[in-house]
Design a protein around this ligand. Structure first.
Ligand code: ADP
Ligand code: MG
Length: 234
C-alpha cells in the first residue's frame, strides 16, 4: 500500500532522513521506533506531503505521491494524526471531529464514521460538547485519533500516540490502535515507547539518526542483543 524508496530529507544541511526504504502492506499495523530526534515525525510528515523530500520516491497504492500537495495526499486516503495532538483547543469535541471530516470524500459516510469513532472511544461520545482544551491528555489523544479517522483514511499515520501519557492510558490508546487495525484501517505508527509499539505492530522498523538500522517482527527484533539493551531494557 505504501512504499518509500531511498528517501532523503534535509533541513538545510542537516540530514534528517537518509536512504529510507520502508513498505506497509494493506491491512497491517507497522511501527517505526527510535529515540527523540531520530527523524520519526519527519518521516510521517514526508509521507503526508508536509515536508518535501530531497531524493527518493514515495508511492501509495501504486501511485507516486511525493510531488503532491498535502491536501491532495489527504484526499488519496492518508490520514495524519500529528505529534502533540494539535487540536483546536477552544472548540468542542464534536467540532474537532467535524473538522476531521473535512477531507472526507463521500459525505454520506459521515454517520457511519461517527458511530465508528464513538464505538472505539466511548469517552468522547460522553464529552461531545466539552471544550477540547479541558480534556485530559489521554482524551485529547483519543480526539486527535478520532479526528484523523473521520476522513475515512485507507492509511492512518500516528505520531507518538503515547507521548506524555500515564502507563494505564497508554495501554488504553494502544488497545484502540489495535481495534482500528482489526476494523481494517492500515496503520503506520511512530513511537519512542518501543515496548508498547512492538507489542501491537506486525512489523517494526528501527530508525536512528535518520537511517533504518534494522527491521523485523517482534520475535525477530527481540533476539537482537542491541534491541534488547537499548529499547527493551532487558
Ligand atoms: N523544522 C525543522 N528545522 C530544522 N531541523 C528540524 C526541524 N524539524 C526537525 N528537525 C531536526 O531533524 C531531526 C529529526 O527530527 P524529528 O523528525 O522531529 O525526530 P523525531 O520525531 O524522531 O523526534 C532532529 O535532529 C531535529 O532537530
Ligand atoms: Mg517526533
Amino acid at each position: 500500500m505504501l512504499e518509500l524508496r531511498k528517501v532523503y530529507h534535509y533541513y538545510g544541511k542537516a540530514r534528517a532522513l537518509e536512504e529510507v526504504n520502508l513498505t506497509v502492506e494493506e491491512g497491517s499495523l507497522d511501527a517505526v521506533i527510535g529515540p527523540n530526534g531520530a527523524g520519526k515525525s519527519t518521516l510521517l510528515r514526508a509521507i503526508s506531503g508536509l515536508e518535501e523530500i530531497d531524493r527518493g520516491r514515495i508511492s501509495f497504492m501504486g501511485e507516486r505521491i511525493d510531488e503532491l500537495d498535502p491536501h491532495e495526499i489527504a484526499r488519496k486516503g492518508i490520514g495524519h494524526c500529528p505529534e502533540r495532538r494539535r487540536l483546536f483547543y477552544d472548540m468542542s469535541v464534536m467540532e474537532n471531529i467535524e473538522l476531521g471530516a473535512y477531507a472526507l470524500q463521500d459525505k454520506s459516510k459521515y454517520p457511519e464514521l461517527l458511530d465508528f469513532v464513538f464505538d472505539i472511544f466511548p469517552r468522547l461520545d460522553e464529552r461531545r460538547k466539552q471544550r477540547a482544551g479541558t480534556l485530559s491528555g489521554g482524551e485529547q489523544q483519543m480526539l486527535a485519533i478520532a479526528r484523523a479517522l473521520m476522513s475515512n483514511p485507507k492509511l492512518l499515520l500516528l505520531d507518538e500516540p503515547s507521548l506524555g501519557l500515564a502507563p494505564k492510558i497508554k495501554t488504553r490508546i494502544f488497545e484502540a490502535v489495535e481495534q482500528i487495525k482489526h476494523e481494517g484501517t492500515t496503520t503506520l505508527l511512530v513511537e519512542q515507547d518501543a515496548v508498547l509499539a512492538m507489542e501491537v505492530a506486525d512489523y517494526i522498523y528501527v530508525l536512528e539518526e535518520g537511517k533504518i538500522e534494522m527491521s523485523g517482527t517482534k520475535e525477530q527484533l527481540e533476539r537482537e542483543p542491541r534491541i534488547k539493551k537499548v529499547y527493551l531494557g532487558i
